[in-house]
Design a protein around this ligand. Structure first.
Ligand code: GLP
Length: 252
């Protein structure tokens, strides 16, 4: 941490604004103005309290609120750091994880967690427009960027249309599903419909995504259609809420 950390913090004991809030806003401003940079380590709460001559609990409250707001992150046993800026992804273009991450200069990796054929449940059959219980291929993958887990995805595809997709196990573990669909099945993806909602990660999801159990995640469900308007995949993606924000441009 550079020495000017304390320079931006001027506390006013006579102000009606509580001290924790003054400290919080000072740190927030320092982060937003780039005075302290992403991944920089903050001094310990004890040191901040001593330097500012305030109670340690006051500092703890200020830091705690900034952690909840995603501006700071606590790393167990290591200390508190300025959070990395989130990946901002536009929602108005039908892209794949691999394309998105490569365009940003990240190295992508995939861990194939499950690949199986199973009867479609009600939701999957409706989304794909296949009869209930018709066989679908389920592909569960953990998606990583620069070695860090970003999203957990389960894609469902009609088995009748992609009968030998299971044979592409190696590619599914290493490359893009959309690229496989294009190169091996001549599928041109055209449009997708998505929903986006917030929820909390289960213990299993959190452990795969390397976040604390109960952390917020952003769940997207996508039905992707080909040029003929036929559903090709139904996918549920769980994005780490501490790493992603979504952007959409809307007209009026
Ligand atoms: C994104 C989308 C998924 C889609 C996936 C395909 O992650 N949210 O709906 O299935 O991209 O990615 P790739 O072609 O890299 O496997």
């Amino acid at each position: 941490m550079r020495v000017d950390f304390y320079a931006g913090i001027q506390l006013d004991g006579d102000s009606p604004v509580p001290l924790y809030s003054q400290i919080m806003e000072s740190i927030r401003r320092a982060v937003e103005s780039g005075q302290i940079l992403p991944l920089e380590k903050l001094p310990s709460e004890r040191e901040i309290a001593e330097k500012l001559n305030v109670n340690r609990l006051t500092v703890r409250q200020a830091v705690g609120e900034l952690v909840s707001a995603g501006i700071l992150t606590r790393r167990r046993g290591l200390g508190t750091y300025v959070a990395r800026p989130k990946v901002e992804q536009a929602l108005n273009k039908l892209t794949s994880f691999t394309e998105d991450m490569r365009n940003r200069g990240f190295r992508t990796a995939t861990r194939l967690l499950e690949l199986q054929i199973a009867p479609a449940d009600r939701k999957v059959s409706q989304a794909l427009g296949v009869a209930p219980d018709e066989p679908v291929i389920a592909v569960e993958r953990l998606r990583l960027a620069d070695e860090e887990p970003m999203a957990l995805e389960v894609s469902h595809l009609p088995a009748a249309r992609f009968p030998d997709l299971l044979l592409h196990k190696h590619e599914l573990a290493h490359t893009s599903l959309y690229e496989i669909l294009r190169a091996c099945y001549n599928v041109t993806l055209d449009v997708a419909e998505e929903t986006l909602e917030a929820r909390l990660a289960s213990a299993k999801e959190a452990s795969l995504l390397e976040i604390h159990s109960g952390s917020p995640v952003l769940q997207r469900e996508r039905v992707t259609l080909d040029q003929d308007g036929t559903p090709v995949e139904f996918v549920r993606s769980l994005y780490r809420a501490d790493r992603y924000k979504f952007m959409v441009r809307m007209g009026r």
